[in-house]
Design a protein around this ligand. Structure first.
Ligand code: NAD
Length: 467
């Protein structure tokens, strides 16, 4: 069923390049007319967006259930409630961020005034993934509006019910030449990427991230890439194992493991491996019951292709918990794999599903060497009570962001920039960082004319050189 729907969405939205060129012209005239420039306008739009989401809350929750079987609590907290918080924070602080930032001068600019202006890029393109299909296009949109841009949103074709609600909500809320949703699949995105947008904000896989960046290079369009990868979760022996097990199980099986910052695999000290696995099993049962297929709090895999891919990772694996699958229901149980080696298939690519491999280590050097020899992760989680170990990991391992003694929660803070490094992405957003991500920083030096030293100007004679 989802395949047919996806095809329908792709077909419906086959995009004529001329349409997008016309739309960009309209957006340019809006920007040049100064309409999006004022604080009042931006606040009004953000307020309108919030109101519209509030009006469509039930539909959004229902669509998330249809596309991903997202439990209502998760749908609300991770996609809707989170967005309200984000809008509220931006609205409260925007007047400060919009002010030109006055900075100091070096001696050579004595008497001058120097400012950094935040100006909108102009037309921005926001491309979203399927896993948090609502929040991951709406939250970037908050940044785009706050910074005074126009936007085109391309939601995921894998979540057609959510994309339809987004389209409806946005068209009710905004003038379509200001913010517009264009639905469709790969071909539509390719067509959009050929157009000369002023900035592209992409959230999705590393593979498509490269396609986006190549296309953007054609117009020298700046990009923010929010990508993925394998995020390690390191568990030291000096730790509260019970809390560690609880927080890892929660972070991994939230949204059925389809979370970009989910712990991809666990690296646990050999002395506590068996205990950690036993405790994680207990938490799986306490969260989702003995049969998670019956749990209203456990979701499903987005489609058959992903289900098939995940099922393949279970072949020949040592299953310590879960392992049950049901193709028709797109179900895969919360699964723990034991006895995993780095050469196993499950350790090749980002898992992006409810399968958690557990590998043991003997000393921290092995951990650092293993993580540093692979692509830089989007997230890293470290469970330890040992300050020295914490220091060592922080100073020797590069990763986008993460937590000590928790999972996922770093991305909830508007004070922490969220983004990847290396192949897990470039650029960051959330809170003020969203405003900055969608702004060009224009540096302006304003020099007085009263003071006009002549030593800079030719002819550069011997006297000027002090000879
Ligand atoms: P995806 O890369 O397959 O798709 C993302 C978007 O790209 C979709 O809108 C899709 O239509 C478009 N697309 C797909 N193929 C394309 C092509 N060949 N040319 C042009 N456009 C194309 O990603 P997904 O499967 O929807 O999402 C899962 C991935 O996203 C995971 O890797 C995950 O880690 C990552 N992700 C990252 C973040 C983050 O914030 N860093 C958040 C969520 C997901």
């Amino acid at each position: 069923v989802d395949y047919t729907l996806r095809r329908a969405v792709s077909k419906m939205a086959e995009l004529n390049p001329e349409t997008i060129i016309q739309l960009l012209k309209q957006q340019k005239s809006i920007i040049n007319g100064g309409k999006t420039g004022s604080l009042e306008f931006r606040l009004q739009q953000l307020q309108a967006l919030k109101r519209s989401v509030q009006q469509h809350e039930r539909e959004i929750i229902q669509a998330l259930h249809q596309d991903l079987r997202k439990p209502e609590f998760e749908a609300y907290s991770t996609e809707i409630g989170y967005l309200y918080d984000s809008i509220g924070y931006v609205m409260k602080n925007l007047h400060k961020w919009m002010k030109p930032d006055r900075v100091r001068n070096p001696l050579v600019h004595f008497g001058s005034r120097s400012y950094i202006y935040s100006e909108p890029y102009g037309s921005t393109l926001i491309i979203g993934p399927f896993n948090y299909p609502f929040m991951l296009v709406m939250d970037p949109l908050v940044g785009a509006i706050a910074a005074g841009n126009c936007a085109v949103i391309k939601p995921s074709e894998y979540t057609p019910h959510v994309s339809a609600v987004i389209s409806k909500l946005i068209s009710e809320c905004f003038d379509e030449s200001y913010v517009r949703v264009i639905q469709g699949g790969q071909e539509t995105t390719s067509t959009l990427l050929q157009a000369p947008f002023d900035m592209v904000f992409f959230t999705g896989s590393v593979r498509v991230g490269k396609i986006v960046m190549k296309a953007a290079a054609e117009h020298l369009t700046p990009v923010v890439l929010e990508l993925g990868g394998k995020s390690p979760c390191i568990v030291d022996k000096n730790v509260n194992l019970d809390v560690a097990a609880q927080r890892i199980v929660w972070g991994k099986y939230l949204n059925t493991g389809q979370t970009c910052v989910a712990p991809d695999y666990v690296l646990v000290h050999k002395d506590v491996r068996a205990q950690l696995i036993a405790k994680m099993k207990e938490y799986i049962i306490s969260f989702y019951g003995t049969d998670s297929q019956l749990s209203p709090d456990y979701g499903r895999i987005v489609n058959h292709a992903h289900w098939q891919r995940l099922n393949g990772l279970l072949e020949g694996a040592v299953v310590a918990a879960g392992g049950q699958t049901d193709r028709e229901d797109l179900y895969i149980a919360p699964t723990l794999l034991d006895g995993v080696n780095w050469s196993d298939k499950v350790m090749e690519d980002e898992i992006f599903g409810p399968i958690l491999p557990v590998l043991e280590y003997h000393n921290l050097d092995q951990v650092i060497e293993a993580v540093n020899s692979r692509p830089k992760p989007l997230a890293l989680y470290l469970f330890t009570n040992d300050k020295q170990i914490e220091q060592r990991i922080m100073s020797t391992v590069s990763f986008g962001g993460g937590c000590v003694n928790d999972t996922i929660m770093h991305l909830v803070s508007p004070y922490l920039p969220f983004g990847g490094v290396g192949s897990s992405g470039m650029g960051a957003y959330h809170g003020r960082h969203s405003f900055d991500a969608f702004s060009h920083k224009k540096s302006v030096l304003n020099r007085p004319t009263r003071i006009n030293p002549s030593f800079l100007f030719p002819p550069y004679n011997a006297k000027k050189l002090g000879l």
